[in-house]
Ligand binder design. Structure first.
Ligand SMILES: C[S@@+](CC[C@H](N)C(=O)[O-])C[C@H]1O[C@@H](n2cnc3c(N)ncnc32)[C@H](O)[C@@H]1O
Length: 207
């Protein structure tokens, strides 16, 4: 892994602190409050969601491919609370139909292949299982912001761990065979303008 990923992982919590406090932490708390059963989180990063998993979560699997992120995640995870695995979302070492809830927060912007990652999430879910998501997305309703996203994306993704600014993640989730039960669009306050457009919610795997 590169020096760049080491630096990014080391600075990550500080870089996002202001927007976490402004809104993202509250979104996490609200969406994860009802998570139950066996839960799989992809790209778990430094463990920002850990505090929000309640007692209804009987088994927690945290997948994270970056070793520097994984080190922080392991340090934050209480003993026996969950298992950390080294895996990208596109290749999950998890059996078909074995997970009740999958969680993706600020990850589908960065995966190499969103369709494949979403296909994996669909594969590992039990029939009718749910995807909980928070993602920043392309600015569909603001052409000027969208142009800035397009201009900045090549450099942005090189510096910030393959983070894309122009993904239409709502359409990708629907295409992967999920039906939205809850979908909210909001501005990520105190974040850079190019990552402010977000979607969040819960989608159920269609039968
Ligand atoms: C912006 S961080 C978000 C971290 C965490 N999910 C959160 O909500 O704070 C993006 C995370 O996605 C991870 N990631 C990058 N490519 C990935 C992939 N192909 N599969 C799974 N995770 C990936 C990164 O290592 C990083 O931890």
């Amino acid at each position: 892994m590169s020096l760049r990923s080491y630096v990014l992982a080391s600075l990550y919590d500080r870089l996002v602190r202001v927007s976490e406090e402004a809104c993202v932490r509250a979104w996490r708390a609200e969406l994860l409050a009802d998570a139950r059963g066996r839960v799989l989180e992809i790209g778990a990063g430094t463990g920002a969601n850990l505090a929000h998993y309640g007692s209804g979560v009987t088994e927690l699997v945290l997948a994270e491919p970056d070793p520097h992120m994984r080190r922080q995640l392991c340090a934050r995870l209480a003993p026996a609370r969950g298992e950390v695995v080294d895996a990208p979302a596109e290749r999950l070492p998890v059996a078909d139909g074995s997970v009740d809830v999958v969680v993706s927060t600020l990850v589908l912007c960065s995966v190499a292949d969103p369709a494949r990652a979403l296909g994996e999430l669909r594969r590992v879910l039990v029939p009718g299982g749910t995807l909980v998501f928070i993602e920043h997305v392309a600015a569909h309703d603001n052409p000027a912001r969208r142009r800035w996203q397009e201009r900045l994306e090549p450099a942005w993704k090189r510096v910030l761990g393959n983070c894309h600014l122009t993904r239409d993640t709502e359409a990708a989730i629907a295409r992967a065979g999920f039906a939205f039960e809850r979908l909210e669009r909001a501005s990520m306050q105190k974040a850079s303008p190019v990552v402010r457009p977000t979607i969040r919610g819960i989608a159920r795997a269609r039968g």
